[in-house]
Design a protein around this ligand. Structure first.
Ligand code: HEC
Ligand code: HEC
Length: 248
């Protein structure tokens, strides 16, 4: 592979950057830009590349998500100026939206902070919260599909900050389907999944106990409430619920 050394003067200092690996890709990016409509026309290549890397990172995508081109490693033959890809046009509107929030809305609210793409996107193209993703998957394919989806997303995204895999997410989803759809069995399945991944969540065990009690499964209800009390022995509400279930 050809190794390229770029000499660049930044703020008066001669900086020698050795771009091993990304050298060929960087060489494919033009030095002049012909279709900037939101960024300043005189944006330097260095600034532009840094903005574009931020976009890609925030959405968890590569350059070809928004630009016409095949190989995201080599960037060979890309037409960056083309506005054909829909995501590029959406991204431009998103840039304007973030600009308005930052220049107008937040200062008017007296808030000294800025939203960035990652504030909402968190590494996702579609910045939806996990409870909504799961409720959607229940609509499409029932609770089993949602369980499968949860496992897959957890496998792919755990620890990345994209989704909240803490106990509250499945508490919310289970509560929603138990109340709105009267699907207590589905709620139990989701809460079992919840305590599988969040075994120390006292409230989730308690909720599972309450759901078991609703189906008349007294033994399972007692076991779950007792597990909750092991984790949180001072919870008076759980103690009262245990008494009630025992006298069922
Ligand atoms: C989320 C969408 C998105 C991603 C991902 C993205 N870009 Fe862009 N890119 C844009 C938008 C939008 C513009 C136009 C900005 C404007 O109008 O001011 C643009 C403009 C450009 C331009 C200027 C083209 C011209 O001549 O006007 C280049 C070069 C470019 N991007 C390179 C890249 C590279 C390299 C990557 C990967 C590291 C990348 N982009 C990733 C959305 C994206
Ligand atoms: C205030 C929250 C918010 C901010 C800030 C934000 N976005 Fe978005 N973005 C969204 C939402 C919501 C959607 C719609 C997702 C869907 O369709 O479910 C979206 C969709 C998109 C899409 C379309 C994705 C697709 O699958 O086609 C692109 C591209 C995008 N945003 C780029 C950006 C870029 C680039 C920035 C930063 C300049 C940004 N967004 C900032 C909320 C935000």
């Amino acid at each position: 592979m050809r190794s390229v050394i770029t000499h660049r003067v930044i703020a008066g200092t001669l900086v020698v950057v050795s771009l091993v690996g990304i050298s060929t890709a960087s060489a494919q990016i033009p030095d002049e830009f012909t279709n900037l409509q939101v960024l300043p026309k005189d944006t330097s290549k260095r600034e532009l590349v840094s903005v574009m890397r931020e976009f890609a990172g925030a959405l968890g995508v590569r350059c070809n998500f928004c630009h016409v081109g095949e190989n995201p490693n080599s960037l060979e033959g890309y037409d960056f100026a083309s506005d054909e890809p829909k995501p590029k046009k959406t991204a431009r509107e998103m840039m304007k939206m973030a600009g308005q929030i930052n220049d107008t809305v937040l200062p008017a609210a007296g808030v000294d902070a800025r939203v960035r793409c990652v504030t909402c996107h968190r590494g996702l193209k579609e910045p939806e919260t996990l409870d909504k993703v799961l409720l959607h998957s229940i609509e499409e394919g029932g609770t089993e599909a949602a369980q499968q989806k949860y496992r897959e997303l957890r496998e792919e995204y755990y620890g990345m900050g994209a989704y909240n895999f803490g106990p509250r997410t499945l508490n919310t989803v289970a509560e929603t389907i138990a109340q709105e759809k009267k699907d207590v069995d589905g709620a139990i399945a989701l809460m079992k999944l919840n305590v599988e991944f969040n075994p120390d969540a006292a409230y989730s065990h308690l909720m599972l106990g309450q759901l078991y009690a609703e189906t008349g499964d007294k033994d399972a209800a007692i076991a779950s409430i007792e597990r909750s009390l092991e984790i949180e022995p001072d919870n008076n509400w759980a103690k009262r619920m245990l008494e009630r279930v025992k006298s069922m």
